[in-house]
Design a protein around this ligand. Structure first.
Ligand code: ZN
Length: 416
C-alpha cells in the first residue's frame, strides 16, 4: 500500500522546509528560494552578497486535493557592493519568477483564476475561490491590459463595429471594435463609449497607418455614422452591413405582424378555435426547411385564419433565400430590388420600416455578396456579447468590458 503521495508544487527554484495543515484544513507550505543572487533595483547589476531574510509573506497557490494551499516564504535580501557606501547600504529584495510582489497569489494560481473567469463572472469566481471581489479584479488588472497593443498585429483584413446597449431599454450604446484575422481568430481592438461618428473616427485614426492599410472590409450595423467614419478614415475599405443585422430587421417586421394578428385572433376566434393555433410562435420563427410536420400543420392552420401572416412569412423566407444564394453583387441587387417591388405591391405594410432601411443601405447590404466569407463570425461574436451582457449587467466601466471580452475570446488560448 502506498502511504505517500508525491505532488509537484510546480514552483521553480525553491526547496520545501515544512508542510503544515491549519485548523481550516488549508496546507501551509514553507519554502525557501534556492537562488543565491538578485538584481540590484538601483544599478541593475547581479548581486550576491546576502544581507538578511525579509518578513514572511504568504501566497495563495493552486489547491491540492481540494485543500487550499498557501506558500510561506521569507524573501532573501542582498546588499549591492556597487551602490552602497559607508553610511547607506543599498539592499534589494530577491525577485522570483513565480510570484509578483504586489500580489498575494502565485502566478500559477492567478492564471488558473483567469482561466476559470472565461465565460464566468467575477462574483462567481470570488465565491467559488473564497477570494474578495477586489482580489479577482486585481488579478484581471495584472494580466489583461485595458487597451489593444498594436504591436501584436501585422494585418487586420476585416474589422467589425458592433454595438451593444448596456442597460435594458435604454439607448446608451457602446461600440465593440474587433478584427477578424486571416486564420479566423477574433481580436477585440476597443470598446468605444458611444456610436457617434467623431468617436469612431478618432479611434480609427489612432490605428497605425501600416495597419489601416491592411483593412479591406469593415462590417457594421446599419448606422450612418459608422459608414461615414470608415469612409473618411479608411477611404478604400469596403463597408459591409452583415446579413445578420439585415435579417434581424426584416424578421422583426414579420414578427410584429404575428403579434398583431394573434392579438386580433384571440378576440375574434372562439376559445376552441384559438387553441388549435396555440404555440404558433416558434414554428413561425423557424425557416420552412426546419419545420417538423406537426409544426408545418400548425402554421397552416394559423395562415388559414390570417392570410397576411402567410404572405409576410413567405416574403421573409424569400429574402433569406436570396442571401443563401451564390450571387454576385449586381445579381443580388437586382433580386433584392425585385423583392422590394413585390412587397410594395402587396397589401402588407409590416415591412415598410425595413424598406426605408433597404433604400438607405442597399449598397452596403449588397456588399455582403463581395466577401461572403466575412459573415459567420458576427453571429458568434454577437452571441458572446449577449452572454457577456447578461453576466456583466451594469458593467459600465469600458476598461473592464474590454478586459472581459478579451478574456472570453482569448482566455483559453492564453491560460489553458
Ligand atoms: Zn546596485
Amino acid at each position: 500500500m502506498f502511504s505517500k503521495l508525491s505532488i509537484s508544487l510546480d514552483i521553480p527554484d525553491v526547496q520545501v522546509l515544512d508542510i503544515k495543515m491549519n485548523k481550516k484544513g488549508d496546507y501551509i507550505i514553507t519554502v525557501e528560494s534556492t537562488l543565491a543572487s538578485t538584481t540590484c533595483h538601483r544599478c541593475g547589476r547581479e548581486i550576491n552578497k546576502f544581507h538578511s531574510h525579509d518578513r514572511a509573506i504568504t501566497l495563495r497557490h493552486l489547491p491540492i486535493l481540494g485543500h487550499q494551499v498557501y506558500i510561506r516564504l521569507r524573501p532573501k535580501r542582498y546588499e549591492c557592493p556597487f551602490c552602497s557606501d559607508k553610511k547607506h547600504r543599498k539592499i534589494s529584495t530577491q525577485q522570483l519568477s513565480w510570484y509578483d510582489s504586489k500580489s498575494g497569489h502565485t502566478k500559477a494560481y492567478e492564471e488558473q483564476v483567469l482561466l476559470q473567469l472565461v465565460n464566468s463572472t467575477i462574483q462567481d469566481m470570488a465565491i467559488k475561490e473564497n477570494l474578495g471581489y477586489e482580489a479577482v479584479v486585481g488579478i484581471i488588472n495584472r494580466y489583461v491590459a485595458t487597451q489593444v497593443d498594436w504591436g501584436l498585429f501585422d494585418r487586420f483584413e476585416v474589422v467589425g463595429l458592433d454595438e451593444i446597449a448596456l442597460k435594458k431599454g435604454r439607448s446608451d450604446y457602446v461600440v465593440i471594435v474587433t478584427a477578424r484575422l486571416k486564420d479566423g481568430q477574433v481580436k477585440v481592438l476597443a470598446v468605444l463609449p458611444n456610436r457617434e461618428k467623431e468617436t469612431v473616427k478618432a479611434f480609427l485614426a489612432r490605428m497605425p497607418t501600416r495597419l489601416q492599410r491592411t483593412i479591406h472590409t469593415v462590417c457594421t450595423d446599419m448606422w450612418q455614422a459608422y459608414i461615414n467614419a470608415v469612409k473618411e478614415v479608411l477611404g478604400s475599405a469596403v463597408v459591409v452591413v452583415d446579413r445578420y443585422h439585415v435579417a434581424t430587421k426584416y424578421r422583426n417586421c414579420a414578427d410584429k405582424l404575428r403579434q398583431q394578428e394573434l392579438k386580433r385572433l384571440k378576440t375574434e376566434l372562439s376559445e376552441d378555435e384559438y387553441n388549435t393555433i396555440k404555440g404558433a410562435m416558434w414554428p413561425y420563427r423557424k425557416n420552412r426547411a426546419d419545420l417538423k410536420p406537426q409544426e408545418a400543420e400548425l402554421l397552416d392552420r394559423l395562415f388559414a385564419y390570417a392570410p397576411s401572416l402567410k404572405s409576410a412569412y413567405d416574403f421573409r423566407e424569400q429574402l433569406t433565400a436570396i442571401f443563401e444564394k451564390d450571387l454576385t453583387k449586381t445579381q443580388a441587387t437586382q433580386a433584392i430590388k425585385k423583392w422590394r417591388q413585390e412587397v410594395e405591391t402587396s397589401q402588407l405594410t409590416c415591412f415598410d420600416p425595413f424598406l426605408t432601411t433597404l433604400d438607405t443601405y442597399l449598397n452596403e447590404i449588397t456588399n455582403y455578396f463581395l466577401h461572403r466569407d466575412s459573415s459567420g463570425f458576427v453571429e458568434g461574436l454577437n452571441n458572446k456579447i449577449k452572454v457577456l451582457k447578461r453576466r456583466c449587467y451594469g458593467l459600465l466601466n469600458l476598461d473592464h468590458l474590454f478586459q472581459r471580452l478579451f478574456l472570453d475570446l482569448e482566455g483559453y488560448a492564453l491560460f489553458a
